[in-house]
Design a protein around this ligand. Structure first.
Ligand code: ZN
Length: 337
């Protein structure tokens, strides 16, 4: 563990399988009435590591003769790398699990969790063709939610949180006020935690230092994501961002502007490609081929996420229109562009 700010400790959980199970940051706002932000993995090894680190934090307090008690835990959002450890940490440390209404809806049981992957017609973007491919995708999803997530992430569902918390509310931690804010975009239930006096934001997956956060259907939304970034950018006295993956962001405003610019450029690029194919139209796969001609298949499939979401956004704002023929969705410029 590392004290990243007086009284705020970072516990890092090792990942594996590359992007599939990323290294995770858990933050402990330590003191007499402390809180843990994000729960990480729920595997035996991960929990053992977390408890050991927590013990070390307690030792720091004991040496200074200051009271230490961690009373609550809250995830930034309900992706498996952020909530899987909740159940075990509660069991071992007796902390209360705080969840928002939206979080409970997602992780209360396996059925709800699976449903959260199947939101709307835009999922079509992901599968391109219906029929067998769709069935195959559903099969893979089922395998992940019932087997791999459990095995690799130590996932367990929560249908009995100790407290339901409002998405925009104030949490008192060690006698200080922290603002919980609803910041969707990367995930439909994403929240961030801010202390204005310290200028510290716990941002979950919204803002990462060196990689762009994953965006893809069905539960991400680029417009909402941009709205959340604008909101965070406007926070008074923002000094440092503690993200859920990677290193601290010590130039938060600059980094947010960089991400916003990146998104803007990506949107312009998709518009340009659609315009250049105004007669024959382009499918999401065509766009992937144009932007990533030489990338590995896995990377191209990951990129499908932001491309589909960008098309969704442009379709909703009437910049592009879709035509579906022979199970292939093609996009054409609308009169607006
Ligand atoms: Zn996430």
């Amino acid at each position: 563990m590392k004290e990243v700010y007086p009284g705020i400790f970072l516990v890092r959980e090792k990942g594996s399988f590359g992007n599939f199970k990323p290294t995770e940051n858990i933050y402990v706002i330590a003191g007499e009435d402390g809180l843990v932000f994000d729960a990480g993995f729920g595997n035996k090894k991960a929990i053992k590591h977390f408890l050991k680190e927590l013990e070390q934090i307690e030792n720091v307090f004991n040496q200074k003769n200051t009271p230490f008690s961690i009373t609550r835990i809250i995830p930034s959002h309900c992706h498996p790398d952020h909530f899987s450890g909740l159940q075990q940490i509660r069991k071992k440390k007796g902390v209360k699990i705080l969840l928002t209404e939206r979080m409970v809806e997602i992780i209360k049981d396996k059925k709800s969790f699976m449903q959260s992957f199947n939101a709307d017609g835009y999922t079509d973007y992901l599968i391109v063709k219906k029929g067998v491919k769709r069935k195959f995708r559903d099969f893979i999803l089922k395998l992940f939610t019932s087997f791999f997530y459990k095995l690799i992430y130590g996932l367990s569902y929560i249908n009995d949180p100790d407290e339901i918390i409002e998405e925009d509310s104030i949490i008192e931690i060690n006698g200080e006020s922290w603002n919980l804010s609803y910041t969707p975009g990367h995930a439909i239930d994403h929240v961030s935690l801010y202390n204005e006096e310290k200028g510290i934001l716990l941002s979950g997956d919204n803002i990462l230092k060196s990689i762009t956060t994953w965006l893809g259907p069905p539960n991400c939304d680029i417009k909402e994501y941009i709205g959340s970034l604008d909101y965070i950018h406007s926070l008074p006295n923002l000094k440092v961002i503690l993200p859920a993956h990677g290193e601290l962001v010590e130039n938060p405003k600059e980094r947010i502007e960089e991400i916003l610019k990146h998104r803007e450029n990506r949107t312009k690029l998709v518009i340009k490609i659609v315009q250049e194919h105004s007669k024959i139209g382009v499918s999401p796969s065509d766009i992937i081929q144009i932007i990533y001609p030489n990338e590995k298949r896995m990377l191209r499939e990951i990129a499908r996420g932001w491309i589909c979401l960008t098309l969704k956004m442009l379709e909703q704002s009437n910049h592009v229109r879709r035509i579906e023929e022979d199970n292939i969705i093609k996009f054409f410029p609308s009169d607006k562009i």
